[in-house]
Design a protein around this ligand. Structure first.
Ligand code: SF4
Length: 649
């Protein structure tokens, strides 16, 4: 509820149907940076090794950033942290919109949910009440209908609802948590974790203003940041075309993942781009999350097919996954696929990934060409078949027919189906890869391999390696000594770039800012974040201290995975991206290799102070970050796994 005094944690126990409030010292907002950092601290402390992500003991932490709800530009975001049902490892997933600000205005900085409700339940959190409600009549409804009915029945037209769709109810491991229909904490199956708790929705509304330690200073620095954002060319680009605007440039680089990452170029990429969306009349309106001057969000409607179909987005990841990945070249089909994922509560990246895998498996004869649709019919698995894609999305959400094979993710599907199908299951750590071609971008390759979530762009996002803007080239020059290292196909100095971007991302999430402003465009710098946090809390924090706190958060998250037994052996890239060359006209040998990745991993682990062989934090590193208890927990876990190691540091 405030950025300038104690952190208020609301704890909800669904099994006991009770709540409590805890206060954390404001200093923790500097030590762990706020939102995500504190959530990761809570998750580590309150989750046992080997616990079931869908069990009673699972903990989900909803953490708006420390600045969420203030006028800091883009400070509207919320990170949800938990153990992933998809990977069994650490997961953080971030959503925009206004929900996080709503929780703050209701008086709470962080929400911790544990236990399992005995029947479908919703939570209502306002300035005056924290209330459990019966959600039996919402169970089975899609996200849009749930949100609309809740607002009506609560007589709160402006309530913000985070909820799950049918996929979360059915424990589909591709299920996300949706907010206001189309903002999503999509990755890692956290929607399934909420479904397992019988928690359909969390509605928030509040009116308590945020308190800041030094409002005048905070206003000044926020205004400087806002001016810089609106003057940054890349921010203008995202405002004009949305994230899907990058489809065209990515395709020109021959790095658009086409047909399950077999190719990097699509003839008619314009038809699925943000430019097409804007110029051909699909765009209904631009939208913005709380306090964001960029307004990259779209609200779009189908024009010719799928009458009445409309939804937020689509984002780059969605059109790249369905349009390029499944070969749906018609924007109307992409819009409908996006709408279905949103209202059924599915992660569009993972959903499109399992569908591509199914198409390729049918093409290669590993699964039948026609599969059971769960309703007495059959559908044909064929590239570019929009009817099949749309049917499969629903089949996955309801675990119907062949959809049940896909509903636990592509790794599980390949294990069920067998044969060589794991080779074209584009995943690592159990998470489907987001739409970045790492064979053409070596910092991304390293960032995807080391990401505790799996191969995904929202943990490190080292975009500077492309050198696409003066800000990006300047950053590379500062980190490496020469802007010539802003070259995506070389490996030199890439570990340094990855480490810096991961730290910047930890700051971004923890403060509740948007990575579009900090990492996609470099409009907001760590120094600016330090200044905003100092003004908000009254505790002076330097840029170096921000990086140190970010390292603390990253080490905690790595330690969570290490306690589960994960380490260097899991810092992998999908098989296809390690073994099959990406065709390209530039004569580049575009493939990742063990040798290349191994060399970058060694250097990266050294930078982080992690054990090179195991790829886990050294005890000395954890202790130097003030995480002695985490070092002890790791030692205990190692001793339990490897009795001969007992007593060794
Ligand atoms: S840049 Fe886009 S996603 Fe980020 S806060 Fe602004 S509108 Fe939301």
């Amino acid at each position: 509820m405030s950025s300038g005094c104690d952190i208020i944690v609301l704890r909800v126990d669904l099994s006991q149907r009770c709540t409590s409030v805890e206060r954390l010292p404001l200093q923790d907002a500097v030590r762990f940076l706020g939102g995500r950092g504190l959530a990761s601290r809570i998750l580590f402390s309150e989750t046992g090794r080997g616990s079931d992500p869908l069990g009673d003991e699972a903990v989900l932490v909803f953490a708006p950033g420390h600045l969420t709800g203030t006028c800091a530009p883009t400070a509207g975001r919320t990170t949800v942290v938990g153990k992933s049902p998809a990977t069994g490892l650490f997961m953080k997933s971030s959503m925009g919109g206004h929900w996080g600000a709503g929780l703050k205005f209701a008086g709470y900085d962080i929400l911790v949910v544990r236990g399992t409700a005995s029947r479908p339940t919703y939570l209502l959190i306002t300035d005056t009440v924290v209330q459990f409600g019966d959600a039996s009549h919402y169970w089975g409804l899609d996200v849009r209908e749930t949100s609309r009915r809740m607002a009506k029945e609560l007589a709160m037209p402006d309530v913000d609802v985070a909820c799950i769709g049918p996929s979360g109810e059915n424990n589909v491991k591709l299920a996300g948590i949706m907010c206001t229909y189309y903002h999503a904490a999509a990755r890692g199956g956290l929607g399934a974790a909420l479904g397992a708790k019988n928690l359909k929705a969390i509605a928030v509304r509040g009116h308590t203003p945020m308190r800041l330690a030094d409002p005048a200073r905070f206003w000044d620095v926020s205004e400087q940041v806002r001016r810089r954002i609106v003057a940054t060319g890349r921010c203008k680009f995202y405002g004009k075309y949305g994230t899907a605007g990058v489809v065209v440039g990515t395709n020109e680089m021959e790095a658009l993942p086409v047909q399950n990452f077999r190719r990097g170029y699509m003839e008619n990429a314009y038809s699925i781009s943000g430019q097409c969306l804007t110029e051909k009349g699909y765009l209904v309106r631009r939208e913005s999350c709380f306090a964001c001057p960029i307004a990259c969000k779209r609200y779009s409607a189908a024009r010719e097919k799928h009458p009445g179909s409309e939804a937020g987005g689509p984002e780059y990841e969605t059109v790249a996954a369905f349009g390029a990945g499944c070969l749906l070249e018609d924007m109307d089909d992409n819009l409908r696929a996006n709408e279905l994922c949103n209202i059924l509560g599915l992660d569009s990246i993972s959903t499109a990934s399992v569908i591509q895998w199914a198409f390729e498996s049918a093409e290669r004869g590993v699964v039948p060409e026609y599969v059971d649709d769960g309703r007495g019919g059959r559908i044909r698995l064929a590239w570019g078949d929009a009817d099949a894609v749309l049917a499969l999305i629903e089949m996955i959400a309801y675990r119907r027919g062949f959809g049940d094979v896909l509903a636990d993710g592509v790794r599980a599907a390949a294990q069920k189906v067998g044969g060589d199908s794991w080779r074209w299951a584009v995943e690592a750590k159990g998470l489907e890869q987001s739409r970045v071609e790492t064979r053409m971008a070596k910092a991304y390759a390293l960032a995807f391999a080391t990401n505790p979530r799996g191969p995904d762009h929202l943990y490190g996002q080292p975009m500077a390696e492309f050198g696409f803007s003066p800000e990006a080239r300047d950053l590379v020059r500062r980190l490496t000594g020469d802007a010539k290292y802003a070259d995506p196909v070389i490996t030199d100095h890439k570990p340094k770039l990855v480490a810096w971007h991961e730290e910047c991302f930890a700051m971004t999430d923890s403060l509740g800012l948007c990575s579009r402003a900090t990492l996609s465009t470099y409009a907001i710098t760590p120094a600016m974040m330090a200044e905003m946090l100092s003004a908000a809390t009254g505790l002076e924090v330097t840029e170096d201290e921000m990086h140190q706190a970010a390292r603390r958060v990253i080490n905690l998250e790595r330690a969570f995975n290490a306690r589960e037994g994960a380490g260097r052996k899991d810092d992998r890239l999908p098989w296809r991206l390690m073994h099959e060359e990406l065709p390209n006209s530039r004569g580049i040998k575009a493939v990742n290799s063990e040798e290349e990745l191994g060399t970058m991993l060694d250097e990266y682990y050294d930078i982080r102070g992690w054990d090179r062989d195991k790829g886990i934090p050294k005890a000395s590193t954890l202790v130097s970050l003030g995480l002695g208890d985490v070092a002890s927990a790791l030692r205990t876990a190692t001793a339990a796994r490897e009795p001969s190691q007992a007593g060794k540091p």
